[in-house]
Design a protein around this ligand. Structure first.
Ligand SMILES: NC(=O)c1ccc[n+]([C@@H]2O[C@H](COP(=O)([O-])OP(=O)(O)OC[C@H]3O[C@@H](n4cnc5c(N)ncnc54)[C@H](O)[C@@H]3O)[C@@H](O)[C@H]2O)c1
Length: 272
């Protein structure tokens, strides 16, 4: 049975990684409410099962980053969705972690964060894109949506690991879009600032910094994503002010770096 063609997700097979909590959970909930067949992945198996039960989706607990984990997730999602007569049409590469602090971040911190925040996306795209490119007219186009961060367009004070990994996530998404958009692949990158989730709560002194505009609820991010799904635009900015910071960085990088350094000094003063 072919999926009905009534918008970006209705009747489509959707996988959301890291959907047991936070932004992923809000995305899964919103997409299910909009009529998608949703596969809920998370390392936290209990949370994945609970969210799947809440939204009438399928739980696929496990690691969405390692090579074996991604392969297993793609296989189980394809199997679950096949029962509904759909394939994997949309992949939300949402799972992400924060590790390390400053230059003291260890080799293990760098390794862990690059695996989850970058390589997970590379591995998922490798598994999904060839099949999407084979799809004919009338079949749903493949859509790959990366939850990156405003840190992937700007920087994150205190965390070179997070900044570099999220720049990597945006760069990979840009590369995918630049390479395959003429063949029907839609790629989008979600780049929020502070969002009220466990990740933000665990960010210590940076919680205030990241909330200095306004920290959003995960549901606000899901709403911004929903809007952006309608027009396929690449950059999804739940905090619209990020567009101005990003433009400022490009226009006058030294001025922008000076502004970031001013914030850094403020943080150091607050620590004294
Ligand atoms: N909260 C923020 O302020 C903020 C801002 C910008 C971007 N983000 C990004 O949003 C995404 C979601 O984060 P969140 O804020 O909802 O945090 P969260 O910690 O509430 O949720 C992240 C979820 O991902 C899961 N996860 C982690 N590693 C995984 C793996 N290898 N495989 C499967 N699941 C895994 C966790 O168990 C957790 O449920 C992340 O990519 C994060 O970097 C968050």
């Amino acid at each position: 049975m072919a999926a009905e063609d009534t918008g970006p997700v209705r009747g489509r097979g959707v996988v959301v990684t890291g959907a047991g909590h936070g932004i992923g959970r809000a995305l899964a909930t919103r997409l299910a409410a909009e009529g998608a067949h949703v596969v809920v992945n998370d390392l936290d198996a209990d949370a994945a099962v609970a969210v799947a039960a809440e939204i009438g989706g399928y739980a696929a607990p496990g690691d969405a980053a390692s090579e074996e984990g991604v392969a297993a997730l793609v296989e189980s999602a394809r199997k679950e969705l096949a029962a509904d007569g759909v394939g994997i049409d949309v992949w939300f590469a949402n799972a992400g972690i924060d590790r390390g602090h400053g230059l003291e971040s260890s080799e293990a911190d760098w390794e862990a964060i690059l695996q989850v925040n970058v390589m997970a996306h590379v591995r998922a795209a490798r598994a999904l894109v060839p099949e999407w490119l084979e799809r004919g007219d009338g079949e749903p186009k493949g859509r790959f949506v990366v939850t990156a961060s405003a840190a992937g367009l700007l920087t994150m004070l205190g965390s070179p690991t997070y900044s570099v990994s999220k720049h990597g996530a945006v760069a990979f998404a840009e590369w995918l879009s630049a390479t395959y958009r003429h063949r029907g692949l839609v790629v989008q990158a979600i780049c929020p600032q502070g969002v009220r989730t466990r990740m933000l709560q665990n960010s210590g002194e940076f919680e205030d910094l990241l909330s200095h505009d306004v920290a959003l609820a995960p549901e606000d991010v899901a709403e911004a994503v929903w809007q952006a799904l309608q027009d396929d635009r690449f950059l999804i900015l739940p905090h619209p002010e990020v567009a101005g910071y990003y433009a400022g960085r490009a226009q006058d990088t030294d001025r922008w770096l000076g502004g970031m350094n001013k914030l850094q000094r403020k943080l150091e003063e607050a620590r004294r």
